[in-house]
Design a protein around this ligand. Structure first.
Ligand SMILES: NC(=O)c1ccc[n+]([C@@H]2O[C@H](COP(=O)([O-])OP(=O)(O)OC[C@H]3O[C@@H](n4cnc5c(N)ncnc54)[C@H](OP(=O)(O)O)[C@@H]3O)[C@@H](O)[C@H]2O)c1
Length: 304
């Protein structure tokens, strides 16, 4: 088969090339991958993986062979999947990390969902957000555009923070009550922050947190250090907290929830870049240069 392989001297450290077919374990199904999606971390850090690794985590396609242990979808089912080795013509994936794609949902939209959608869902679920003020930084990106929609669905007052006014386009339509550049104009404290950006903006965002509020540290797209002045983390009153996020355990049921929202027209996969997977270098560059509004989705086809 062909796959996107970690290749240190290739642009973006990735290249389309031949790879051995995966061998599913008893609890894994074999998927014919039709579409894949990119996430900032795996693109930015591809070069840190061993050369020759089949890269990527998000895919959608059709089950070729069901899991030997009888779990999960049957052959022929359309599924979205999360797991290592996704950017390939065929992927072996745990049946606990897949969900069937409803007929109403396009497979390319489904491929956009796993890592970004589940991250948005799980970080929002850390709090009761009904009627609360939720700040989402990096809101124009992959995680951000799902988070805005899900926070609005959950009844929050949604504040979407972006890097420039142009990057804020479309976020009000997705459910943001306020779209701000940086943290400008946020006048009242916020109860929950989903932080995708890190750096000095995280330090400033911390000061906006209400008593008892929390920050979910999802990512650090800024790549800049954050310096907290002495005692700036001291607070009299209900504790403010900051939590890491990296929970990718058994994403299948949550992925199913997201696909259900999508089928009901309540969650849109905002695909800002779409093309064949042989254009991986172009797609990766656009993502890293903040030119993708939402997700980059690549179509998988056998090279001629
Ligand atoms: N913890 C986890 O499990 C998990 C899961 C998924 C993602 N992540 C991480 O979460 C972050 C968001 O992921 P994503 O896939 O949504 O990324 P993305 O689509 O590239 O979005 C990142 C956003 O960050 C903003 N940003 C602000 N300063 C930036 C800078 N200096 N350089 C680049 N971007 C900057 C950009 O805002 P503008 O567009 O407004 O310029 C961009 O929209 C990444 O750091 C990623 O690695 C973590």
């Amino acid at each position: 088969m062909h796959a996107l392989l970690v290749t240190p001297d290739a642009p973006g450290s990735l290249r389309l090339g031949p790879a051995p077919d995966p061998t599913p374990q008893p609890h894994q199904l074999l998927l014919a991958v039709h579409h894949i999606s990119l996430n900032r971390g795996e693109v930015a850090f591809a070069g840190r993986r061993p050369a020759g690794t089949v890269h990527g985590y998000d895919a959608a396609g059709v089950v070729v062979r069901a899991a030997a242990d009888g779990s999960g979808p049957k052959a022929g089912a359309r599924v979205a999947a999360f797991g290592a080795g996704a950017w390939a013509e065929r992927m072996a994936v745990d049946t606990t990390a897949v969900a069937e794609v409803p007929d109403a949902v396009d497979l390319a939209d489904a491929a956009a969902l796993p890592m970004a959608g589940v991250t948005a869902l799980r970080t929002l679920r850390t709090r009761d957000i009904l009627g609360r003020r939720v700040l989402i930084t990096g809101a124009a990106g992959g995680v951000g555009r799902y988070a805005v929609q899900l926070a609005a669905l959950g009844g929050a007052h949604v504040i979407a923070s972006v890097g420039s006014a142009a990057r804020g386009e479309g976020l009000a339509e997705l459910g943001a009550h306020e779209v701000v550049v940086g943290l400008e104009g946020i006048e009242r404290p916020v109860d929950l922050i989903l932080d995708n950006v890190g750096g000095p903006q995280l330090v400033a965002a911390w000061q906006l947190l209400a008593a008892g509020g929390s920050v979910q540290n999802i990512g650090w797209a800024s790549d800049e250090p954050a310096v907290f002045e002495p005692y700036s983390l001291f607070f009299v009153g209900a504790a403010k907290t900051m939590s890491t996020f990296g929970d990718v355990h058994e994403v299948g049921p949550d992925l199913g929830t997201l696909l259900g929202f999508a089928a009901a027209g309540r969650l849109s996969s905002e695909i800002g870049w779409r093309g064949s997977w042989d254009r991986i270098a172009e797609a990766a560059e656009a993502l890293l240069e903040r030119r993708v509004a939402g997700k980059a989705v690549l179509d998988v086809a056998s090279p001629a």
